[in-house]
Design a protein around this ligand. Structure first.
Ligand code: PLP
Length: 438
């Protein structure tokens, strides 16, 4: 990356983005199809709203401003934008067709590829979105156990059984809400308190930003086995990133079912449900899970090319190395500045900058940091989603930007004027999670 710190002397001009946003506000409720990409997650008046091009780790907005991207499509771009081997595979498939009237051989080929790298992938099915497969997994668990209750930990998509646990639960029957409980990551007692003979499934992200402590995942596995509940790993972020075989491989814990999507086709829409053939066998008879675009061939071609590239280049190791340098570099800068209230946590492939309560209002602090990084050409929401295209120079550049911005943030926190330094409305929370049983 070339000298964006110097070249972006001021905040970007975003007139085209703003005009598109005004048009969208008249027609598109919430404005966005993906909440994390929408305007509530960025400082208004400072951040761009629309991106039109990406290459490697960089993106260009509707006004022609260039940014180093740390969201990477909110996860899918594990290799980077316009990554040649994947785009070539998509182009080659396009010559023959996209969606067909019978099954496509790629369904078999990619299923075999996934079975060869994902632990316990005795059976494999495809769909389009992450919540397609988490919801199919829940339905399978209910069919297999003959029970109805599910226990969740974190975000698993927009469907009734999981989003009923948030305050954006409009339109969801109370009966559904009564069948879902939640527990806290790394708190095995919180799972032990709610799991019982009525539990069909326990679903969790095997790792979000905290590493599993005290054999947490092994204990979750044991509790599920003891109570006859199906263990589902939601591997949207860990799959094909933490290791090729995801968290199951990395932490040595086997789930009954595992769900994948974000990292497996470098941006094309596809998701995977994999797991025990005994449980998945219900898809042969009593459980219905079929959709028009499930075997769409461009995404399958992209998936084959992506998985081969992830394996051939040992991408998980590269993501860990580069991402850890950024995470640890941030923490070293914060330590040097004696900013005890902030840390960067998580795995190399996906880390997050967090602030504790002593920094003040977390949303305001994150907004100011975001604003100043945008000025320096970095598109940032608090997370570092690292792709194979993020170079050493990108990481160096980002650390240099943190070195410049964090002292300013420290001063603003000390003087209590974070809000006054914001040039627009701060970012907003996505939703509030309602824990425990209602
Ligand atoms: C952990 C996790 N599970 C499930 C989902 C849902 O995936 P999708 O948005 O593709 O339906 C997401 C999406 O962000 C996610 O992060």
């Amino acid at each position: 990356m070339t000298n964006l710190i110097q070249s972006n002397a001021d905040y970007p001009q975003i007139a085209n983005s703003q005009s598109l946003l005004h048009r969208a506000q008249r027609l598109i409720p919430s404005v966005t199809q993906t909440l994390a990409k929408g305007p509530t997650q960025y400082v208004k008046g400072v951040a761009p709203h629309y991106l039109v091009k990406g290459r490697g780790s960089h993106v260009w907005d509707a006004d022609g401003n260039e940014f180093l991207d740390y969201n990477m499509g909110i996860g899918p771009l594990s290799l980077g934008y316009c990554y040649e081997p994947v785009d070539d595979a998509i182009r080659a498939q396009l010559e023959s067709g996209i969606t067909f009237s019978l099954m496509h051989p790629l369904e078999v080929e990619v299923a075999e590829l996934i079975a060869s790298v994902v632990p316990n992938a005795q059976s494999v099915r495809f769909s389009k979105t992450g919540c397609d497969v988490t919801t199919a997994a829940i339905r399978l668990a209910r069919a297999h156990t003959g029970r109805e209750n599910v226990i969740t930990c974190g975000y698993h998509g927009w469907h009734d059984w999981t989003i009923c646990m948030t305050d954006r639960n409009g339109g969801i029957p109370q009966s559904t809400r009564s069948m879902t409980n939640s527990f806290n990551y790394n708190d095995i007692d919180s799972l032990a308190a709610v799991i019982n003979a009525n539990t069909a499934a326990v679903i969790l992200e095997p790792m979000l930003f905290e590493f599993p402590a005290n054999q947490f995942l092994h204990k979750v596995r044991e509790l599920c086995t003891k109570h006859g509940a199906i263990l589902i790993f939601d591997e949207m972020w860990t799959g094909f990133r933490l290791a090729l075989g995801g968290a199951q491989q990395h932490f040595g814990v086997t789930a009954d079912l595992a769900c994948y999507s974000k990292a497996i086709a470098n941006g094309m829409p596809i998701s995977v449900l994999a797991g025990s053939s005994e449980v998945m066998a219900h898809l042969e008879k009593d459980v219905f899970f079929f959709t028009t675009f499930g075997g769409e061939a461009l995404s399958l071609a992209a998936s084959r090319a992506t998985i081969q590239e992830l394996a051939n280049k040992n991408v998980p190791a590269a993501l860990e190395r580069n991402g850890a340098r950024l995470r640890d570099g941030y923490n070293a800068i914060a330590r040097d500045l004696d900013m005890k209230y902030t840390r960067c946590i998580g795995m190399g492939a996906r880390s997050m900058v967090i602030f504790d309560a002593t920094a003040g209002d977390g949303l305001l602090v994150r907004s100011l940091l975001q604003q100043e990084l945008i000025k320096r050409g970095i598109l940032w929401q608090g997370m570092h989603a690292i792709s194979y295209s993020h170079s050493d120079a990108d990481i160096d550049y980002t650390l240099a930007a943190y070195r410049e911005v964090l002292p300013m943030l420290k001063l603003a926190i000390a003087q209590g004027n974070v809000n006054a330094q914001l040039r627009g409305e701060p970012v907003q929370p996505v939703f509030r999670t309602v824990t425990g049983k209602k």
